[in-house]
Design a protein around this ligand. Structure first.
Ligand SMILES: Cc1cc2nc3c(=O)[nH]c(=O)nc-3n(C[C@H](O)[C@H](O)[C@H](O)COP(=O)(O)OP(=O)(O)OC[C@H]3O[C@@H](n4cnc5c(N)ncnc54)[C@H](O)[C@@H]3O)c2cc1C
Length: 271
């Protein structure tokens, strides 16, 4: 894995240039994104048995100016006695992670020659599967915002009714708010996890802020009404309100159509 490429192995940027005169390969990291990123045992200051002295490096092979694709090379990284990096080898830690912090995942760069290789590539968001992961969340937040506004309006009306001594719609308000709480919090937690996965290895890093965000969002599934309990309350009130439910359903489902038909809104958001 390199900083810029994991799944897309053909895109690896590290070069191994063969010089027929010296009969040597010259390894080089032409860009920051060409740095090997994640492999374990990189730290030069780790205890000796953890430090990697040799590794197999995947690099683009160049001979006489022609690229022959990915090949593997056995490379000595450190002095066997001191375990210090050899000349032109750059190693270090990549930072705190979501877990597995006992494994010293690190980076590795080569600085032996000046061959630069660049190649235009599609952006990660160009993939339809990536768009699918994100746009569902973006579209859903609009649906939740509309539902929350609708419920807030109902809350204000029911509060006024309560002050006038009318308790009729209190169970319905209770059931609907329980339901919306459970649906929005569980959906939000799933969405953050989906975003984390959409970022590949970077999403696993604390630096992405997604692990912290997940920790905050998933807590809402538990506090202010544990979600299973909320759904259960909604179900119980549903029985009590059985005669009212068709009417409530009629009102709520109508909102899927008016003020912007849902499918059309989703398509507009996707565009
Ligand atoms: C704990 C841990 C330990 C690791 N240890 C090592 C190790 O020892 N050595 C090592 O080399 N690596 C290691 N890795 C790195 C790991 O192999 C990469 O993170 C993994 O291959 C994904 O690559 P990436 O991070 O570049 O994400 P990317 O490949 O950039 O993926 C990011 C997102 O884009 C999506 N995506 C990518 N390509 C496509 C496509 N063609 N179509 C649709 N969607 C696409 C993916 O589904 C993902 O959601 C480790 C990672 C972790 C988290």
């Amino acid at each position: 894995t390199e900083l810029g490429h994991g799944t897309f192995v053909r895109g690896l940027e590290t070069t191994a240039t063969y010089d027929p005169k010296t009969k040597e390969f010259v390894l080089h990291s032409p860009t920051l994104t060409a740095y090997k990123w994640w492999p374990g045992g990189r730290k030069y200051y780790s205890v000796r048995f953890c430090a990697t002295n040799y590794c197999i490096v995947m690099a683009q092979l160049y001979t006489s100016g022609k690229c022959h694709g990915i090949h593997s090379f056995i490379v000595q990284l450190r002095d066997e006695d001191t375990h210090m990096p050899l000349k032109g080898i750059k190693v270090g830690e990549i930072g705190a992670k979501l877990g597995m912090n006992g494994t010293n995942n690190g980076f590795l760069g080569f600085d032996h020659c000046n061959l630069i290789r660049s190649e235009p590539e599609p952006q990660i968001l160009d993939y339809v599967t990536q768009q699918h992961k994100l746009f569902i969340g973006i579209a859903t937040v609009h649906a939740f915002k509309l539902s929350a506004d609708w419920l807030w309006n109902m809350y204000n009306n029911v509060t006024a009714e309560l002050e006038a001594g009318d308790l009729d719609r209190l169970p319905e308000l209770h059931a609907l708010s329980c339901c919306l709480k459970a649906v929005t919090t569980s959906d939000a937690a799933e969405c953050v996890e989906r975003c984390r996965l959409a970022c590949g290895g970077h999403g696993y890093m604390l630096a992405s802020n997604l692990p912290l965000t997940y920790g905050l969002v998933t807590a809402a599934c538990t506090y202010e009404g544990e979600n299973t309990e909320c759904v259960e309350r909604c179900r119980l009130h549903g029985y009590m309100l059985a005669s009212n439910l068709p009417l409530t359903y009629g009102l709520v489902t109508a909102a899927c159509t008016y003020e912007g038909e849902n499918t059309v809104l989703l398509l507009q958001t996707a565009r």
